[in-house]
Design a protein around this ligand. Structure first.
Ligand code: SAH
Length: 220
């Protein structure tokens, strides 16, 4: 498939899967039209790269459905100047979308093989404002806090309070919370010592495994 066809597929993806379901944020729609999603999936999945679903990326993990990436990014309400933390790098696709919009992105992945592959893809594409780190993201990454946005792309059993503590005043945490089969996408906005909690929509993510997530023995 040539470049033009892929651009056309991305426009269709944005129009039919994302705008049609209510995502309106220009920065999000533009980023999703631009980032070559097919470079973030394994070779044998390239033909499905723009399909309306998550896809396996190896190590038992998935690249999220395009619509879900759009919803989570829109929920962060980014304008361009932000310092953002992603937990669950996976393929690096969500990190690329964030890097298109925000000033700086730190993304944590617990599986070294996935982190290595994602870092390479992002480097090949020329992203210089993303740091991929290996570690347990359920604890966040206090070294670069405070964050204007934190997005967790794996399902947590409860809200990890340690992440809220790493938000800047006015910062947003977007996280799927629920059991290992079904979660509710939840947004927490920090306002001084108070926090505003909004439930956005139902979703299904692979589990967040770590100190403030699931224990490995509970889900594997
Ligand atoms: N955002 C990804 C999709 C991620 S799938 C993308 O765009 O492709 C969820 C990822 O979270 C998996 O790669 C999984 O290994 C990782 N993960 C699970 N628990 C984690 C933890 N505690 N810290 C960091 N990464 C974690």
């Amino acid at each position: 498939m040539n470049q033009g066809n892929r651009e056309a597929k991305r426009s269709q993806m944005v129009e039919h899967q994302i705008q049609s379901r209510g995502v309106q944020d220009r920065l999000v729609l533009d980023a999703m039209r631009k980032v070559p999603r097919h470079l973030f999936v394994p070779d044998e999945r390239v033909d499905s790269a723009y399909a309306d679903r998550p896809l396996p990326i190896g190590c038992g993990q998935t690249i999220s459905q395009p619509y879900m990436v759009a919803v989570m990014t829109e929920a962060l309400a980014l304008e361009g100047h932000e310092n953002v933390l992603e937990i669950g790098t996976g393929s690096g696709y969500q990190a690329a979308i964030l890097a298109e919009i925000a000033d700086h992105v730190v993304s944590l992945e617990r599986q070294p093989d996935l982190a290595g592959a994602a870092a390479e893809t992002l480097k090949d594409l020329g992203y210089v404002n993303v740091e991929i780190l290996v570690g347990d993201g359920s604890k966040g990454y206090p070294e670069r806090a405070p964050y204007d946005g934190i997005v967790v792309t794996a399902g947590a059993p409860d809200m990890p309070h340690v992440l809220i503590e790493q938000l800047a005043d006015g910062g947003r945490l977007v996280i799927p919370v629920g059991n290992s089969f079904h979660q509710t996408l939840t947004r927490v906005t920090r306002r001084g010592d108070a926090r505003e909690i909004e439930k956005l929509e139902g979703c299904v993510f692979v589990p967040l495994i770590g100190e403030y997530g699931w224990k490995e023995s509970e889900v594997e």
